[in-house]
Design a protein around this ligand. Structure first.
Ligand code: V0D
Length: 239
């Protein structure tokens, strides 16, 4: 009997190669970020039509603050431009926006627009578009460990009661329930690194890499990766 196809419920993407895309076009790096933003919309709609339930996109890591301040300033305004341009489409396609990260560290204008986007789409029941924004996985796990250590210190729980489930429930993906862990991670640009993205959640995820830079990654590319994933034999640590 043929293996049954894997169900792709949660797709994660590290959207890399935007600066390189721009350089190849003889344009400034920020032109790559802008085109990368437009591609977020294209791939979000494609993922929604493919029946994917959660799409996690690594937009800005806690390490990205070290980039040139002009570039950071441009990036901090991208969410404003994204929602100005795409919120009507997101609402029409019933997409629910979630932002995971240390949002209280964002500039107030950026913070306000991401909070408004989550509020406006809160009742949508389609694909969850989950932006990792000022997010870092080691910091996320460390925060969960500290919370659990406090529970032990105060006698609320014993250390024997600490479990993987207890840690998972204290991560920023807890609200996704059975879809909290990506089934597949795609990274574009040819780089093959995880870069402190969803380290706990990716424990059993399939990994795939595209040599294309993010702005060039198309719906057709996505469909090929989805078909490849469906035909993989997933092991979850077993033979
Ligand atoms: C601030 C980092 C950043 C970079 C970025 N780029 C640039 C680099 C990555 C490739 C995609 C385009 N995008 N694209 C959408 C957003 C976005 C983030 C949050 C949100 F609520 C709505 C939109 C975005 N954010």
């Amino acid at each position: 009997m043929a293996d049954k196809k894997n169900q792709l419920n949660h797709l994660a993407i590290i959207m890399d190669g935007n600066g390189r895309w721009a350089t190849k076009q003889g344009k400034p790096r920020i032109a790559g970020h802008y085109e990368g933003m437009n591609n977020v919309e294209r791939i979000t709609l494609a993922a929604n039509q493919l029946g994917i339930k959660v799409l996690s996109l690594y937009a800005f890591s806690t390490e990205n603050w070290g980039r040139p301040k002009e570039e950071v300033a441009y990036l901090m305004n991208l969410p404003v431009r994204f929602f100005d341009k795409f919120m009507p489409t997101l609402m029409k396609e019933n997409v629910k926006v979630n932002i995971m990260g240390y949002l209280n560290e964002l500039p107030s204008k950026t913070y306000d627009v991401v909070q408004r986007a989550m509020a406006e789409t809160a009742n949508n029941s389609g694909l969850i578009l989950n932006f990792a924004f000022n997010y870092g996985s080691r910091r996320e796990i460390t925060t969960a460990v500290k919370e659990i250590a406090t529970l032990v210190e105060t006698g609320s729980i014993t250390s024997d009661e600490i479990s993987e489930k207890m840690i998972s429930q204290r991560l920023m993906t807890a609200s996704f329930g059975k879809y909290s862990d990506p089934d597949l991670l795609i990274r574009t640009s040819g780089e093959q690194r995880i870069s402190n993205f969803m380290l706990w959640q990716l424990a059993y995820s399939e990994l795939a890499f595209s040599k294309k830079n993010w702005p060039d990654f198309t719906r057709e590319d996505l469909e090929k990766f989805v078909i490849d994933f469906q035909n993989r034999h997933r092991r979850f640590g077993k033979v």
